[in-house]
Design a protein around this ligand. Sequence first.
Ligand SMILES: Cc1cc2nc3c(=O)[nH]c(=O)nc-3n(C[C@H](O)[C@H](O)[C@H](O)COP(=O)(O)O)c2cc1C
Length: 291
Amino acid sequence: MMNSDQITEAYFDRILLKSRLIDSDIPDMTVNILGETFETPIMTAALSHLHTVTPNGMEKMASAAKRAGAVYFAGMTEDDEIERIQATGAKVVSIIKPHEKNEEIIRQIKHSKEIGVFAVGCDIDHMYNWEGGYDVVCGYPMKSKTMEDMRELVEAAGDTPFVVKGVLSVEDAVKCVEIGAKALIISHHHGIQPSSVPPLLVLPEIKAAVGDRIQIIVDCGIRNGVDAFKALALGADAVCIGRPLMGPLKEGEEEGAYNAIMKISNELKALTARTGYHKVTDIDDKCLVIL
Ligand SMILES: Cc1cc2nc3c(=O)[nH]c(=O)nc-3n(C[C@H](O)[C@H](O)[C@H](O)COP(=O)(O)O)c2cc1C
């Protein structure tokens, strides 16, 4: 049986592209994410523990994203770590774990706001273990969240945009709209659940259900600008890249991560040109053929 990453990868390869070259030109790559302008829809995924990849790995990845004009998503952090990340000057979205106690998530939201992060959020898919109970992540107990819990988190975020990570169904996507989240991330968290539907397979039905009421971000298995193009064509506003940036970070530090983000962004730019779109935000499904 294929694992969720393999299923996702296989689905990318079922999506093929036409070209439209006459009247095409180099496109405008600017995007609006959560109310601010960025130079590319390529963003770093919410990774944690990058200090195990290289010393100060989280800060180096954040600096790389800043240089690329990209949004930086931070995964699980301690207070001092998110402070050091924010000090790089990157546009940081702090994705907090679904801690058992909402008070702990709210505490982290308030701390993130105090230090000036761009947006906050919570992942909703990393709370169960495979023994039928709740998971403990790095010593912290996790728990599923009710709609009431989620509304409390959005309220705590106040005027700072709130992002929900780990959506893989129309039902959860609609709930994200109902609680007032500003963006959702379609993701299976690198295969946290077996036989997960590929994010790009569920993306069109989520887009049809939520429309423009919430921004849609996709992660999992996006390896290059071609994969990113397919996600944007099926309705995503932006994409996150996780594991493909870790090798470059290890080998080339901040410069390596920066080059990897730029490579993917430039591949997307080239493909946007070849498919005849003058703006990356104009990409739609007209050039796709799904086998
Ligand atoms: C080392 C590592 C740490 C991660 N930490 C977090 C985390 O703290 N919070 C979270 O929501 N997702 C976390 N993720 C999941 C990523 O954000 C992302 O969903 C996943 O890696 C899929 O994207 P990819 O295929 O581009 O790697 C982590 C992934 C990796 C590889």
